[in-house]
Write a protein that binds this ligand. Structure first.
Ligand code: PEP
Length: 274
């Protein structure tokens, strides 16, 4: 299984800044190891500019799976595939309609996205999204053709009250309630992001990551049975160039989701290559 190295740019970057960062990343990541994939979750307003900066722009609407896109890119350029993808940071669970300010899965696909995040802690805790709403988004986005990275994680209060397992089980079961049990495993990933580690500089320790990821693998197996071992579980929370290689080497860590340290191409490329 390829590790997914993901950048979450949150509410940063104009179109020009985003395009420049994508170009820098493509240059710095020319020799991407074959066991890595990169995803950039850019702000909605910069997605189109980012898509146009990708080498496989011509095929960006044509792919229905990463493999298809990689093959088209190789054929068109004669170069090794970049395995470099775009994602939206959020999505609304409807095809279109009177939902002012919202973005549909089709709009993300139209901007070259393969992925979307659902349930990021900033949306759960700042925007007040419920587990049930996150679940509706996850199911709808998958059905519409996007691959989903479902984020979950506990607050410090929940951890200190011994509620880690209960919180993860609850967020998971509502988050995947509408997802078919036989979904292709590369279409759904989890991102374990302890809320107390996001943007705080306080990274979870190896034992905390191992415990949560083993628990999530077990939870995945209950719903997705044989497919579960092929589903990626990412870690997110203050990942930096100097701690990435230790984190990525842990059991059941199949990638990382990086906020602050993904904004600069130099820093994020060191994480991707860690
Ligand atoms: C995130 O936004 O998903 C995140 C993990 O942020 P940071 O790396 O800044 O903690």
């Amino acid at each position: 299984m390829k590790k997914l190295m993901a950048a979450n740019w949150k509410m940063y970057k104009t179109r020009v800044q985003a395009e420049e960062t994508i170009k820098d990343l493509l240059r710095l990541l020319g020799d991407l190891p074959s066991d890595r994939e990169v995803a950039v979750f850019a702000p909605f307003t910069a997605l189109d500019a980012c898509g146009r900066a990708l080498p496989y722009d011509a095929c960006r609407r044509a792919f229905d799976s990463s493999d298809a896109c990689v093959r088209v890119h190789q054929k068109a350029s004669g170069q090794p595939a970049a395995s470099f993808f775009l994602g939206g940071q959020d999505v609304y669970p409807a095809a279109e309609g009177a939902f002012t300010g919202e973005i549909s899965p089709g709009m993300l696909l139209d901007c070259a996205c393969r992925f979307v995040l659902t349930g990021h802690s900033e949306r759960r805790h700042i925007l007040g999204e419920s587990n049930e709403f996150v679940g509706r988004k996850t199911a709808f986005a998958l059905e519409a053709g996007l691959d989903v990275v479902l984020c979950l994680g506990e607050t410090l209060e929940e951890r200190e009250a011994g509620k880690l397992e209960a919180v993860l089980r609850e967020q998971f079961s509502a988050g995947v309630a509408g997802v078919p049990g036989d979904i292709a495993p590369q279409r759904l990933s989890l991102a374990y992001e302890p809320v107390w580690a996001i943007g705080t500089g306080r990274v979870a320790g190896p034992s905390e990551i191992l415990e949560a990821h083993a628990l999530l693998r077990d939870i995945l197996r209950k719903k997705f049975v044989a497919q579960a071992d092929q589903m990626r579980i990412l870690y997110g929370g203050s990942v930096k160039p100097d701690n990435a290689s230790q984190i990525i080497g842990l059991d059941n860590v199949d990638g990382v989701l990086v906020g602050g340290a993904s904004l600069e191409a130099e820093s994020f490329s060191r994480i991707v290559l860690a």
